[in-house]
Ligand binder design. Structure first.
Ligand code: SAH
Ligand code: MG
Length: 205
C-alpha cells in the first residue's frame, strides 16, 4: 500500500517526548494530527515564515508542541478540563511553557479580539463547528495569513452514505464546511487529501 510505503520511506519521529505523546494518543484514542498532516503544517510554517500561531483544539498539546518546536509562539484553545491538565503537563515537560499559551475556554465563547493577530490559524476542534470557528477567527489573521483546517474527509466517511442519524448529520456538516471554505471569497483555498483531509486557505488581503 502507498500509505505503508510512504510511512516506511519518510523519516520517523525521534524526539522522545513526541514519540511518547503519539503513543499516549494512540492508546487513549485522542485524535491527534497524522504524521503527514503535521509535516505539511511544519513545512508551510517554514515556507511562509509564520511566527505567531493560533490553534483551536489543543487536546494533549501534541500539535502545539510540534509547532512551537518549529520556532513559533502558539496560542491554543481547549474546552476540556482533562485535556488542559494533560497539555499543560506535557508542555512543561517539553520546556515550552514560554512558547505556548494554553487557554481553557470554549473557542466559540471566547472574545477573539483579545488574542491579537496571527500569521497562521490551525482549526482542529469540533468538526461540526468548523464554519463558526472559521468565521469567528478570520479577523485574527494578518493580511496574506493562512488558515489550515483539519479532518475534512473524516476517515473517508464524508463520501459515504451514512445510515446512523448523528453520524450522518456530522458528515453533512463537514461536507458543508468543505463547500463553504472553497467558496469563501476573502481567501484562496484548496482542500488536500493530506492526513484526514486538510484545507489550506490564504487570506487575499
Ligand atoms: N490539535 C490536536 C488535536 C485536537 S483534538 C493535535 O493534533 O495534537 C480536538 C480537541 O478540540 C479536543 O480536545 C476537544 O476537546 C477540543 N474542542 C472541541 N470543540 C472545542 C471548542 N468549541 N472549544 C475548544 N476546544 C474544543
Ligand atoms: Mg485533527
Amino acid at each position: 500500500m502507498i500509505q505503508t510505503y510512504l510511512k516506511e520511506i519518510n523519516n520517523k519521529e525521534t524526539n522522545p517526548i513526541l514519540v511518547s505523546l503519539k503513543l499516549y494518543a494512540e492508546e487513549n484514542n485522542v485524535p491527534i494530527i497524522t504524521d503527514e498532516g503535521i509535516h505539511f503544517i511544519k513545512q508551510i510554517i517554514e515556507i511562509s515564515n509564520a511566527k505567531k500561531i493560533l490553534e483551536i483544539g489543543t487536546a494533549i498539546g501534541y500539535s502545539a508542541i510540534q509547532m512551537a518546536l518549529s520556532g513559533c509562539h502558539v496560542t491554543t484553545i481547549e474546552r476540556d478540563e482533562k485535556m488542559i491538565e494533560l497539555a499543560n503537563k506535557n508542555i512543561e515537560n517539553a520546556k515550552l511553557s514560554d512558547k505556548i499559551n494554553v487557554i481553557y475556554s470554549d473557542a466559540l465563547e471566547l472574545d477573539e479580539h483579545e488574542l491579537g493577530i496571527f500569521d497562521l490559524i490551525f482549526i482542529d476542534a469540533a468538526k461540526s463547528q468548523s464554519i463558526n470557528f472559521f468565521n469567528k477567527y478570520k479577523s485574527c489573521l494578518k493580511s496574506k495569513g493562512i488558515i489550515i483546517t483539519d479532518n475534512l474527509l473524516f476517515h473517508g466517511l464524508v463520501v459515504e452514505e451514512i445510515k446512523e442519524r448523528n453520524l450522518r448529520q456530522l458528515t453533512r456538516k463537514i461536507d458543508n464546511f468543505n463547500h463553504f471554505v472553497v467558496s469563501e471569497e476573502e481567501f484562496s483555498t484548496y482542500i488536500y487529501g493530506i492526513g484526514d483531509g486538510m484545507s489550506l486557505s490564504i487570506k487575499r488581503m
